[in-house]
Design a protein around this ligand. Structure first.
Ligand code: NOJ
Length: 545
């Protein structure tokens, strides 16, 4: 293992630019981005070959979902070795080269850190199983005797996020906790060895040149003392509203303070980004206090309907919650865990984030384009999920036999449709795999994607790809679009949002009908152009005033 590679220089070192405050960060889902070795699965070589595309798109940084050694029980979120690359994705040299090449292009690289749980094939867990009940090595996880006469019942009533009990019994009769799949045992974060190990893992990737970490299940590491029962069924439904004994416990914050101290030792403004699902934005803001993380995903925004009143409430609420802690607000519309927003917006509101229907794709795309321009005019940092710049819909009709999402199987096919947003993206050509690679694609791509490829959209001014490129170009040329921590709202008819950002005004008509307004300036960019002072249905316009 090459642990001694010299750290490549980050795009800017030495100075504090606060680059992350208004950065546009592109999420690469490595297995579905680009396949360099022709095995039908994306890899780091593929990512390297497409870095110039990302540079040209105009993003500031790339966050990659996990590419570490893993049996892939949860697409790499089950890590067997945090310091090794899975052979399916390449080698540590590929990771090193990817970071260097990204830096040479002025792009930053954020890697995914999975500290809540590992894989059941991780050395520590295998040793813990071998050593047997009562062993010290089991203390790094949550092993407990069962309840009932013969210990045949789980130690408490917690349910796994992927369905079923959060406990699995091992051969000698003890049970271990896994908030996700049984192949993902939870670490015991009270244990000093766990804490030390993750500090060392952080340094490993920082030394390699990583610009930061997206922290998986950041809200889950610490469990309430005594692992108390919840006393209710269908716990998934409670997650959005209540503080659970396994999520958002106050103890997590001390961990992030210690991590922040490590990051601050390094040059180049390395960052921590929380994946923290909490009941309120105010609780999320606690993860980004000045001595903790830099950013947290804004899931309230991701789950907001395409509706002016709801959007305004979330925007105001998010900005107000972050302002006191001085962290930038972030905005996100899609990621690898939810139905792509083209398809969410194509369906009636309120159906959640795991959809099986295409709805009205034309409506979905129109709203998605409008939602993007709205997002990119807001102060703070924005996340773009691979393929959304192509206007990709979710693939809702994947046959059950190709699905891999563990939650689909744990929920007996009633939930867990995350494969639909993970289908490899189309780059060129008229037939699958559309330039993704030379060896097919691990999930089938729809025949309709030929017209959505990067090559098909490049140069077409009406394409979604060119809309993203233009928006990111303008955002770069006019930093006031992403700067600050407030928007100045302007009066607007019902269903329309209008706000000023420096020398610009952004209007978003979230209604399905055209709306007349006095033009606030000249049109700079539009998801659907206005005509004669009339905003098109479901459209966003950037005006120069
Ligand atoms: C959140 C990740 O985004 C998701 O893909 C994964 O299944 C869970 N955490 C468990 O690691």
């Amino acid at each position: 293992m090459t642990q001694h590679l010299a750290a490549p220089a980050a795009p800017t070192t030495g100075t504090h630019t606060g680059w992350w405050r208004d950065a546009v960060i592109y999420q690469v889902y490595p297995r579905s981005f680009a396949d360099g070795n022709g095995d039908g699965m994306g890899d780091l070589e593929g990512v390297r070959s497409r870095l110039p595309y990302l540079k040209e798109l105009g993003v500031d940084a790339v966050w990659l979902s996990p590419f570490y050694a893993s049996p892939q029980a949860d697409a790499g979120y089950d890590v067997a070795d945090y310091r090794a690359i899975d052979p399916m994705f390449g080698t540590l040299h590929d990771a090193d080269a990817m970071i260097r090449e990204a830096h040479a292009l002025g792009l930053r690289i954020i890697v995914d850190l999975v500290p809540n749980h590992c894989s059941d094939r991780h050395d520590w867990f295998r040793q813990a199983l071998r050593e047997g009940s009562g062993s010290r090595l089991r203390e790094r996880f949550h092993f407990r005797p069962g309840k009932g006469e013969n210990g045949e019942l789980p130690p408490n009533d917690w349910e796994s996020i992927f369905g079923g009990p959060a406990w699995t019994r091992v051969a000698d009769g003890e049970w271990y906790l896994h908030l996700f799949a049984p192949e993902q045992p939870d670490f015991n974060w009270e244990h000093p060895a766990v804490q030390d190990e993750f500090r060392s893992i952080l340094r490993f990737w920082l030394d390699l040149g990583a610009d930061g970490f997206r922290v998986d299940v950041a809200h889950g590491l610490v469990k309430a003392p005594g692992l108390p029962d919840i006393g209710a069924k269908d716990q998934l439904k409670l997650l959005g509203n209540d503080v659970m004994p396994f999520f958002d416990q106050d103890g997590v914050h001390e961990i992030y303070r210690s991590w922040r101290r490590i990051l601050d030792e390094y040059e180049g403004e390395r960052v921590l980004v929380a994946e923290a699902w909490t009941p309120t934005v105010e609780r999320t803001a606690r993860y980004v206090r000045p001595d903790e993380m830099h950013q947290a995903f804004n899931f309230q925004y991701l789950t907001a309907d395409w509706d002016a009143a709801s959007l305004r409430e979330v925007i105001d609420g998010s900005l107000a919650a972050m302002r006191p802690v001085g962290a930038p607000t972030t905005w996100v519309l899609s990621n690898h865990d939810v139905t792509r927003h083209v398809t969410r917006f194509a369906n009636p509101a309120g159906l959640g984030t795991q959809l099986r229907e295409q709805g009205d794709p034309e409506l979905g795309l129109r709203r998605a384009r409008a939602a993007t321009l709205l997002m990119l005019a807001l102060p703070g940092s924005a996340y773009v999920y691979q393929g959304e710049e192509l206007g990709l819909p979710d693939v809702t009709d994947l046959p059950d036999e190709v699905r891999q999402d563990p939650s689909f199987f744990r929920a007996a096919g009633q939930d867990g449709f995350r494969d639909g947003c993970r289908v490899p993206i189309p780059w060129s050509g008229t037939e699958a795999p559309y330039g993704f690679g030379t060896g097919g694609s691990w999930l089938p791509q729809p025949a309709s994607w030929a017209g959505l490829s990067v090559a098909a959209q490049t140069g077409d001014p009406d394409s979604t790809l060119e809309l993203y490129r233009a928006a990111l170009r303008l955002r770069r040329a006019h930093p006031e679009l992403g700067a600050g921590d407030a928007v100045e709202w302007l009066d607007a008819p019902e269903g329309v949002l209008a706000f000023r950002r420096g020398g610009f005004v952004c209007t978003a008509n979230t209604t399905g009908t055209p709306v007349r307004i006095p033009a606030p300036g000249t049109v700079l960019l539009a998801s659907t152009p206005p005509t004669d002072g009339t905003l098109a249905a479901d459209s966003t316009v950037w005006w120069q005033v």
